[in-house]
Design a protein around this ligand. Sequence first.
Ligand code: KG4
Ligand code: ZN
Length: 333
Amino acid sequence: MINILAIESSCDETSAAIISDGKVLNNIVANQTIHEQYGGVVPELASRAHQQHIVPVVDKAFKDISISKKELSAVAFTRGPGLLGSLLVGTSFAKSFALALNIPLIEVNHMEAHILAHFIDEPKPKFPFLCLTVSGGHTQIVLVKDFLQMEVIGQTQDDAVGEAFDKGAKILGLPYPGGPLIDKYAKEGNPMAFSLPEVSLPELNFSFSGIKTAFLYLIQEKTKENPHFIQENLNDICASLQYSLVKILLQKLKRASRELNIKEIAIAGGVSANSGLRNALQTLAVKEQWNIYIPDFQYCTDNAGMIAMAAHYKFLAGEFCGQEVSPLPRMTI
Ligand code: KG4
Ligand code: ZN
């Protein structure tokens, strides 16, 4: 049996998961609420919170399952991309754990893991497929040729789409992370209420900084006319922002699918939890005759279950790393 303990600590979620022969048995996530009041993740506070959470989270991952620490085949961890101080906690913990148990160590790329989360549950995508990976730090279209063979074919040239959601929410005075709140208010709003400019970059690349600035100006201008503008129009404002962001994402995804003639389409990352994106993707899939793959909510945002799944395939491929390994905050696919 291949039993792996996986650790995720790249940003503000401390997570541990156990996978046995490719089946995720436990996936424990501790969120850090401390950042809410600062309107974004404070790296120094994130690494301190990881230090506090990591031991209890790992202990909890071994609860109610039949696998003990002695039965582990390997320990996996997120090497990057992410915040250096946060990554260091998971990396150091995993290295010590592997050393103490005298078992191999597996480094995992967080962005590849978001995509491989699709292999945790059914239905699983067939190779080759396209994955739109949308998170707080990344916006990419990835051509996935095999479990460990991926190529980024388009990406954002400035902000990530999750950042655009979060910064938009901040402009509205909502706490961090604002993406889920925009989603919630958008459900009751009219997406056509306010129009935002369409910024389209060549090929399969994205840009979100222009729309963010246009959104800021729109809110400033309307608030000058009516100081209660935000409170009175919150649902419509959120629906309009979400509509524009989702439209940009799906336009490029459609273009990629047509150019490469691939109709197996997946979405991954924190923003793939967005209901506007999920619904619009379902509608587009019918038109374009796509087979679409949308992860379970617990595997959209950061979690160690996806790190465990990636580690399982790396174990099968014999891809291990040594004790000299250190985090790569800017690790790429
Ligand atoms: O993948 P993730 O957990 O962390 C990174 O690797 O960045 O993604 C976090 C991002 C945040 O920007 C958060 O606001 C966004 O995902 N997010 C959402 C939703 N849930 C999480 N954005 C829009 N709608 C949601 N429902
Ligand atoms: Zn992530």
